[in-house]
Design a protein around this ligand. Structure first.
Ligand code: MD6
Ligand code: FE
Length: 220
């Protein structure tokens, strides 16, 4: 039996919620019971013959330090033409890999635990961080509608999450995100600025010298 066969019970029973602000919560260890299954899916999706990790280029011609891929009906991309969602992977010209059922179920359960019912993501951005890589402060605003929450899953090396307010200048909280943690935010916090501080060196027993992040969104 795969561990996701008892996903709802596993996930809901173990929830410890920490508030990060209005309508923003950290579910400590929420994905821990299915960590290996999630990592196997990430490996399959990002295999050389599927949708491999790549460092995308911003419209300002800056190569992102974080490597990215996607699964689901829509995938987030950036290039000289801007930030947007596409149905096809620009590297292969094919549709992005299908979102595994266990990903969708995890995102839906986490959203429910955070107070957002009926979340059905159509996009899953997969981020890979090596030591020293970072994600500068940004808002997630390329989605067609901001009424759905965002669900973000951390795997592997720990990271420091920077969580600010509705303006870039607002003071940021610094939150340690550990293997298996899930962050959910929406509502009044949906457009808050956030980022990831440069990843510290380390080795995780399941991922080696890296951190993965899955970000689920309703993009289209
Ligand atoms: C990361 N996450 O955790 C990057 N965005 O690697 C994000 O940019 C993010 O965690 C929106 C909501 C949650 C997130
Ligand atoms: Fe983001």
């Amino acid at each position: 039996m795969k561990r996701s066969d008892n996903l709802p019970e596993n996930l809901l029973a173990l929830t410890v919620k920490e508030s990060l602000g209005e309508e923003a919560v950290l579910l400590r260890g929420f994905a821990l019971s299915i960590d290996e299954e999630l990592l196997q899916h990430i490996a399959d999706i990002t295999a050389e013959t599927s949708a491999p990790f790549r460092q995308m280029v911003t419209p300002g011609d800056h190569t992102m330090s974080v490597a990215m891929s996607n699964c689901g009906n829509l995938g987030w991309v950036t290039d000289a033409n801007g930030y947007r969602y596409t149905r096809e992977d620009p590297l292969s010209g094919r549709a992005w890999p299908k979102m595994p059922a266990v990903f969708e179920q995890l995102a839906n359960r986490a959203a429910t635990a955070a107070g957002f019912n009926d979340f059905k993501p159509d996009a899953c951005l997969i981020n890979k961080y090596k030591p020293g890589t970072r994600l500068t402060l940004h808002q997630d605003k390329n989605e067609a509608c901001f009424s759905a929450p965002i669900v973000s899953v951390s795997l592997g090396l720990p990271a420091t999450f920077l969580f600010g307010g509705s303006e870039r200048s607002h003071k940021q909280k610094r939150i340690a995100l550990l293997h298996g943690d899930v962050v959910v935010w929406g509502g009044v916090s949906r457009l808050n600025y956030h980022g990831i501080a440069p990843l510290k060196a380390g080795v995780h027993p399941l991922t080696g010298a890296c951190r993965y992040n899955l970000t689920f969104r309703l993009a289209g």
